[in-house]
Design a protein around this ligand. Sequence first.
Ligand SMILES: Cc1ncc(COP(=O)(O)O)c(C=O)c1O
Length: 409
Amino acid sequence: MDITNDFELTKELDQKYCMQVFDLLPVAFTHGKGVYLYDQEGKKYMDMIGGIAVSSLGHGNKALTKAIKTQADKMIHSCNYYYNINKSELAYKLCKISFADKVFFCNSGAEANEGAIKLARGYFYHKGINRHKIITAKNSFHGRTMGTIAATGQEKFSKPFAPNVPGFEYVPFNDITSLKLAVDGNTAAIMLELIQGESGVRPADYEYIKEVRDLCNRLGLLLIIDEVQTGVGRTGKMFCYEHYDIKPDIMTLAKGLAGGVPIGALLATEEVASIGFEVGDHGSTFGGNPLACAAGVTVLNEIGENALLGNVNNVSDLLFSKLSDLKAKYPVITDVRGKGLLIGIEFAGALSAKGLKNQLFTMGYLVSSIGDSTIRIAPPLIISEKEALSFIKALETILKGKKKNIFGR
Ligand SMILES: Cc1ncc(COP(=O)(O)O)c(C=O)c1O
């Protein structure tokens, strides 16, 4: 069976044999180059969502594909009974560029967050202190496993799967008073995203995060920062916590770290890692496998060698400035939020985010819609200014065409 160029059959097999948990657009991609993806008929799309902040180096990056091919030729897997060259190198590099002293590798963002929750609870358990509660934010998103849907402050993700894992409490984001009130003698950690990506690209306030760090220091709580979406250059710094002039005790990474090869990472200080996990406390069959770690090493090298953080900041400035011009011209845009190349554009009620996403799709631009009113862009870090401008032009074409309808309602 060769279904490579047969979209209808691809769709039929998916609908018949894959669990239907995704809301799919009518397309299947065969390959990509740079910021572009190509479908089965050869139509070109600009990937302004980067596989949801994953394809950090874009598609078909030569250094990345070479590293993956070379490693695949040598050995894909050995297992965690043995030392692993690529794992050692990636852990070393991550520690050198971050607050962390120790890394644990796994396969996804949710798995990294599961590890973070276990590490925080293990830290107090091994110290003989009875503290287990983890406070997270309302509208947060930390993953789809049983532990991470319990950590996620949005009931819609956990309701059908009750009972929830106990020991989590949710407080309004950016509200230090509520957070202080929620802390009690059982509290082990505060777990936050610095930009709530899945609920509309909502950044944390600088002062709030400073106060959260101070609170943790004063009360001996651990600060877990979920950088699954914001990490590895996405916001214009290597890690988003650098924008806030704080250091976490535990941080999780995934998405962009290996440019599309599944990986997750749990990073912590020496103190937390050495107390929180003893030998045998945690593990993962695939975690840290040589293939994913070879990809991770290459992503970090490419970000450094090609000055990609500079590019993220330049293109980000351009996008924010053009989007703010559009906002001034078309009041249907009510807000533009985010940092670096993680941007949410919010629209007033008349224009549905899903409708806009679909229109951009028919014009050859891929974005995601969040809720009813926001579209999110998270393009590859290699996107050029010219490419970014082409997206702005496409968006304006839609806004112009819609102008009458929107304001007529
Ligand atoms: C902040 C955050 N944490 C965790 C996750 C879960 O990551 P994964 O889908 O790799 O399990 C996501 C995914 O969108 C995320 O944005």
